[in-house]
Every structure is written in structure tokens, then in C-alpha cells.
Design a protein around this ligand. Sequence first.
Ligand code: AVJ
Length: 322
Amino acid sequence: MLVHAIPTNVTYDFALDVRAGLTQPDQKELPSKYLYDDVGSALFEVISHLPEYGLTRADERLLRRHASEIVDRVAGPVSVAELGSGSGRKTRYLLEAFCRRQRTSYYPVEISHSALVMCERELSDIESISIVGFEREYLDGLLEVAAYRKPGHHLCVLFLGSTIGNFDRTAGIRFLSDVRNILKPGDSLLLGTDLEKPHSQLIRAYDDELGVTAAFNLNLLARANRELGSDFDLSKFVHTAKVNPEARSVEMHLESTCRQTVDIPASEIKVEFAAGETIWTESSHKYSADEIDGIARRAGFRCEVQWIDEQWPFAENLLIAE
Ligand code: AVJ
């Protein structure tokens, strides 16, 4: 497998995005993608095993149970691209089913180098697979994969784990349209979406007893200290999770417990925090199964089939490019 290194300067982008997000006049915010450095990706892997956080297990159950049905619905011959492969554990069932049908190329696109390496280790033993990883942002990686398209082959894009939930609804549709524009009619997108559930259950899932999600969130400040030379005192921020009923999302914030000033040399700013002020770090939007076809159509797809987990409401949606 070939892992392409990132040519862009990630630390510089991080410094600029921190500057933009923490100098906003109202709600301070940081882009959630920066949660996933090596430490953050490892902590998310732990989150996915927590009893309170059923999302990843629901996703995995659906893929395990319905892998052959899903593959039967995808027009072949096909190459498979995955946006945000993570460890690749749950993708195994699908890839095994694809590879039983024909020799299959698998292109994971992932910004975390360690996750890409893990994913290769996890999946390289599958018979008749060839893996080429791209250490890239999603759309940049997908553009490269599309440039590799073999004549007569369809592309099947996997966007699992409800990663789409990190976008608000409008940005999610825009992202799906951008994906659609890279694809050809008849290509497919398997989209995993977490479904709405009781607020108390959501709060438990995003503010677990052990404090793993808190560590995952606080790691963003620790990462800024490591990479940007900032002096965030992690004992003066606390993790909070709250439901936003209008947006139908769970929001994670880091709340300053006192009035304080933080120096961030690489971003060339000093940031003041009032007691109780928060940095908004991530949103996880929740969906109803019925709204997915409408979202798909606005992005140039149609939703062909849905598979739903009853134990932890979650849907795999097979979208076909029109
Ligand atoms: C990986 C974005 C799907 O939103 O549920 C888990 C990330 N954040 N706990 C999610 C996450 C806090 C997760 N996604």
C-alpha cells in the first residue's frame, strides 16, 4: 500500500483556523477535524467501545448483517473509496463481500496517518484486495481516487459512522453535492447516519462516566499546546455536552471555569475567556430515517435502500448518483 504524505502545512492551517475560531465576536469555536490527531483518533477508538456510545457498534452490526445485500445493490465492476476510514474494522465485512464478487481496489482517504496505517494492517489479509491509502482531506482524496478510475468501473464511496453529522444540515448537503460532482451517474454512496433518540441517552453517549469523551475534547487544547506553543491550562476547562433541539444535534463545548487569558504564539493572539464562556468544538447532527431521501435528492442522488438498526437507531443509506 502507498500512503501519500500531505504536501500542505497542517500546523500552519491549524494556527490560522485557531486564530479565526477564537477571535470570533460571539461564540468561540474550533473545527472538529482538529480533534483527530494521533491521540484524538486513539481516544475516539476507545469511545467506540464505551457502553454508553452505541453508534459505532450499530454501524458495525448493520454492515456485518447486510454486507452481501449491500454489495448486491452496487453496480459492478466497482472500486471502493472510503472517506475517514478510521481503523477500518467495520469496513471489513463490506470489503470481504466485494472481494468475493471480484478483485477490488480499496482507497481509504484519511487525515490521520496512524489511522491509515492501522487500517492497512487490519484489512490487508482480505483475499483479492488491493489497498492504496490517501493521507488527504476527503474531497482532495476523492478527486485523486476518481482520477485513478479504471475504464468501465463504477465508484462506490463509503461515508460511514455518521461522520456527516459533524456538518450542519446545509453544509452536509453541500458536501454531498461536492461528492456527487466527482462521481458519475450510477456510482454509489453508502452513507451512515445516526438517528434521533431520547436526549438523556444522547447526553450519556457524549458525556460518558469514565471521562473518555472529556479527554477526547480536552485533547484539542493539549494539541494546541503541543503544536502551537499555547499555554491552555487544562484544569481550567471542562467538557460539556448539550442537545440543540432546533439543530437536532449534540454539541460538545469546552467551558472556561474562570476568567483567564491564553497566549497562542503560533496564531499570534492572546485570547480572553470569561468565567463560563465556551469554545464550541463539535456537533453531531441526528436524522430521521424519512428525511434522508430528500437530502440525497437535493445533492443529486436518490436513496435506493435503507437498513436500520433497532437496538441503537442508526441507518445505512445506499445513495445512487442520478
Ligand atoms: C466520529 C463524528 C461520528 O459525532 O458521534 C464521538 C465523534 N465525538 N463522541 C460523533 C464523537 C464525541 C463522532 N463521529
